[in-house]
Design a protein around this ligand. Structure first.
Ligand SMILES: C[S@@+](CC[C@H](N)C(=O)[O-])C[C@H]1O[C@@H](n2cnc3c(N)ncnc32)[C@H](O)[C@@H]1O
Length: 259
């Protein structure tokens, strides 16, 4: 049996992400290109790689009731949670450790949702600061890999959900968890193992090669953008790293139910 223990690597902290979000707010081109490539409307500010079709799938799988409580953990600028709250009528609480992102999420929610339907709070993937057993549904888009370890975040997610509450996650996994080319934080992700270990029921983990293909098209498109500003440069660097190891990662979508 092979054992796998990814090397420790410093995770980007809140200061790093505050600057990342400030650069995005200053960028003239970044959001328009990402929205076009992911098929998103211009008002939906993504800082990840979930497509418009992916939002429909998450909405369907979360099954959040109208007036239920939806949590978006590591919500960033809030775009995806706000869209699902808009579609379902659910109350939304978004949590992230970047206060800069949350200020941007607040303005986005004010444009898209009735007053009082959404609120945003500073918290971490492991310590959200929210009461337990209150949420009907919880989403975490392209962020659980930042938890140290991801299993601890999944325990926190389970604590937050009511019995029967639904969880939807998107992320990446290594094709080979021993592949040194894959960043350690991705090598640490094993959604089937960890959702089961965290005590979730109805665990379904799906490989999404079609989403991965959309990601490749985005990276190839941003690589060709001339005169990049700071946000576009950051996206180009991320894309260049992603394309170098493209075949070593799988795009994953997972759902589960709190017992
Ligand atoms: C790739 S972005 C995804 C944001 C958002 N879910 C989206 O899809 O647009 C990752 C997010 O995780 C947040 N994050 C990273 N580590 C975190 C932590 N330990 N606790 C809370 N948020 C964290 C970052 O601030 C950032 O907003």
């Amino acid at each position: 049996m092979t054992t796998h223990k990814p090397a420790a690597a410093a995770m980007p902290g809140a200061d790093y992400f505050d600057q990342w979000y400030a650069d995005m707010a200053d960028s003239t081109s970044r959001d328009a290109i990402v929205a076009r490539m992911l098929g998103l409307p211009a008002h939906l500010r993504s800082t990840s790689l979930l497509t418009w079709q992916g939002i429909a799938e998450l909405t369907d799988r979360l099954q959040v009731p109208r007036d239920g409580l939806l949590l978006d953990i590591a919500c960033g600028r809030g775009g995806y949670g706000i869209e699902i709250a808009h579609r379902t009528g659910a109350r939304l609480i978004g949590v992230d450790f970047s206060a800069t992102a949350l200020r941007q999420a607040e303005s986005a929610a004010a444009e898209r949702l009735p007053a009082g339907q959404a609120e945003f709070r500073v918290g971490t993937l492991l310590e959200t600061g929210l009461p337990g057993g209150a949420a009907d549904a919880l989403m975490c888009v392209d962020a659980v890999q930042f938890a140290e370890p991801p299993l601890a975040a999944l325990h926190e997610f389970r604590r937050l959900l009511k019995p029967g509450g639904r969880l939807a996650l998107t992320c990446w996994e290594a094709v080979d968890p021993d592949d040194p080319l894959v960043p350690p934080r991705i090598r640490a992700v094993d959604l089937l193992r960890d959702l089961t270990a965290a005590g979730f029921a109805d665990v379904e983990v799906r490989d999404r090669p079609d989403w991965r293909q959309a990601e490749r098209t985005l990276w190839e498109t941003v690589a060709a953008q001339p005169e990049p500003d700071a946000a576009m440069r950051s996206l180009q660097e991320e894309g260049s790293r992603a394309l170098e190891t493209f075949g070593s990662l799988r795009r994953m979508s997972a759902t589960a139910t709190a017992p």
